[in-house]
Design a protein around this ligand. Structure first.
Ligand code: ARG
Length: 586
């Protein structure tokens, strides 16, 4: 248990109900106490209903036994039996205030470190060199980044891996084309305005592809270029490095604007594994897992069959001797386990890659790299749809450029903030519009259940009402403004003050922050944190409407300011874990 951990009331109550189960019915020791938040009291335990059958008694009777066996210490104020055998448990006011002060006193808001010591490799973003980053890459970047933040905060040792698509035969064609067209402009310092090197390369690649298809001589020269690249011919390699560097610069411009954690040193692209492909394959062949099939080397799945009942293969080596995406991912998982010594491997890619990762994990298990003590998970996400409900494309059917999309969101956020007319000077307005626009894009993505498709609808994203990033940022500024008006005082809580219902609801919600984060860490679902923050903001609104803060007399005023302070810090912190900035005013 880490230093600052504050056990949530829910956990404390659950521990006490568990002890009561042990005492009343030793044969049920260790059973789940089934404690939840409740509308009828602070918490409700359904243990009696769940266990009555095993206890060979009626739920109501078991509930009665448990009530008698409960230890009415600190956190159990009163217990009422209701319905067929529910225990409705109310916590005494002073214990609720105790939680608020303990969390306020902790720099970590009392959150523990359940992921401590877990070395977690997160593979995310991974755009392809010389290709425009598309909206799908936006999702992996935003989701992966938030998971990296949450898991890191919960104590995991996070290793970010940006598995850039920087290798493959397509580069032969592109390099050959650039070589034959020295006047083509594509380097960032040759380009004007908002065109990035990667956009320019993407265009040149499309042109090269057309030439390749039309001109057999060019196609031949391109193939030779692939050989030159693979054998490390210096001029070809130098050109390839330049293409990678220029593309990466464009990616990092986007990362910078998004404010994600990915740094250049996190880039470990496909090419990195090139030198170890042979060893990887040898291991798979020696183990008898990779087998010959019509001149190619494949791994047939023992778990997954295709439409005709045949086992689905992973392509280890193509019949022309080439290596592809599958080969690289086999080498990658081996490296992450053996060299990075991962306990947990996460791959944030779209859900269409589910089969690919299933096969990779299966192969890694069979060859003995992936053992039972290591968790490997594909963290899939749904497709980004346009406002028309179809996959998001430009009107011409092309890839929407991320920078344009972000510009658009920021401009609309600026209009929304300006409308409120809070007397911001132009520089402040620009800064806040940027934070609100970027935050809106991230929040819209993260608040949707990860595996669902979601529609990219900028107007809805920047709305001040509803479950949006801007709404939460705004809620945070309101809290900050109350505290500013109070002169940001040092706060002490008087635990003898009775709680109003709205104060109680807010305090219990604040107390549940650590539980929510632990759930996000286990389920890898950031939308749970979004939902929590939204509920918190609404509980705060209800509290603020029902309970005057600044006009209240002491000690009530101090206690209410404490609730404001903890709400403000929790909102700011939670938004931070989503990668969203919480401005002080907007
Ligand atoms: N570059 C791939 C894409 O754009 C994603 C790579 C994901 N990571 C991995 N280890 N396969 O779809």
């Amino acid at each position: 248990m880490s230093n600052h951990e504050v056990q949530p009331l829910l956990g404390q109550v659950a521990t006490i109900v568990s002890a009561a189960i042990n005492r009343a019915r030793p044969e049920l020791a260790g059973a789940d106490p089934v404690v939840r938040r409740s509308e009828h009291a602070d918490f409700q335990s359904n243990a009696a209903l769940a266990l009555a059958k095993r206890a060979r008694t009626r739920p109501a009777d078991l509930a009665g036994e448990l009530t008698t066996a409960l230890d009415y210490a600190e956190v159990i104020g009163s217990v009422e039996l209701s319905g067929p055998g529910f225990l409705n448990i109310t916590v005494p006011d002073h214990a609720v205030w105790g939680q608020v002060s303990a969390r306020l006193a902790s720099p970590r808001l009392g959150v523990g470190a359940p992921e401590e010591g877990r070395r977690t490799v997160i593979d995310y973003s991974a755009p392809n060199i010389a290709k425009e980053m598309h909206v799908g890459h936006l999702r992996t970047t935003i989701i992966g980044d938030s998971l990296a933040r949450v898991l890191g905060f919960l104590g995991a040792e996070v290793i970010r891996q940006n598995h850039l698509g920087d290798w493959g035969t397509q580069f032969g064609m592109l390099i050959q084309y650039l070589d034959e067209h020295p006047d083509a402009t594509w380097r960032h310092d040759e380009l004007s305005g908002n065109t990035s090197a990667v956009s320019a390369l993407d265009e040149l690649y499309k042109t090269a592809r057309k030439v390749f298809d039309a001109d057999p001589a060019f196609a031949d020269r391109s193939r030779q270029r692939v050989v030159a690249l693979q054998s490390g011919e210096p001029a070809t390699l130098a050109r390839w490095k330049e293409i990678v560097a220029e593309s990466e610069k464009a990616f990092h411009d986007i990362y910078h604007r998004l404010g994600v954690l990915l740094a250049p040193e996190d880039s470990v692209g496909e090419s990195f594994y090139n030198p170890v492909l042979a060893d990887t394959i040898a291991e798979l062949v020696d183990a008898g897992i990779a087998v010959d099939s019509e001149g190619a080397l494949v791994i047939f799945s023992e778990e997954v069959t295709g439409p005709e009942g045949n086992p689905v293969p992973l392509m280890v080596r193509k019949s022309d001797g080439g290596y592809g995406y599958d080969t690289t991912d086999l080498a990658t998982i081996r490296y992450r386990i053996h060299d990075l010594k991962a306990d947990r491997l996460l791959y944030v890619t779209d859900s269409r890659q589910a089969l690919h990762f299933r096969l990779i994990f299966e192969a890694a298990r069979r060859v003995g790299w992936l053992t039972d003590d290591i968790e490997a998970a594909h963290v899939p996400y749904g497709t980004v749809l346009g406002p028309d409900g179809r996959p998001f494309k430009t009107r011409a059917g092309g890839t929407v450029r991320l920078m344009d999309l972000l510009d658009d969101a920021v401009n609309r956020a600026r209009a929304v903030v300006q409308e409120k007319d809070s007397g911001l000077d132009p520089a402040e307005l620009d800064r806040i519009a940027e934070q609100a626009g970027i935050g809106a894009v991230k929040y819209a993505d993260l608040s949707t259940s990860r595996t669902k498709d979601y529609a990219f609808d900028v107007d809805r994203m920047v709305s001040l009402t509803g479950n949006t990033g801007v709404y939460l940022q705004y809620a945070h500024t309101r809290v900050r403004s109350i505290l500013r008006n109070a002169g940001d005082p040092e706060i002490t809580i008087d635990p003898s003050v009775p709680l109003e219902p709205a104060e109680r609801a807010l305090a219990l919600e604040l107390d549940a922050y650590s539980t929510t984060l632990a759930e996000v860490g286990a389920s890898l679902e950031p939308h749970r944190l979004c939902g929590y923050l939204y509920d918190l903001a609404r509980d705060f609104t209800t509290f603020y409407e029902a309970c005057p803060v600044l006009k209240a007399g002491e000690p009530v005023r101090g206690n209410r300011l404490a609730l404001c302070q903890l709400t403000g810090r929790t909102l700011e912190h939670g938004l931070g874990l989503l990668g969203i900035t919480a401005p002080d005013r907007m």
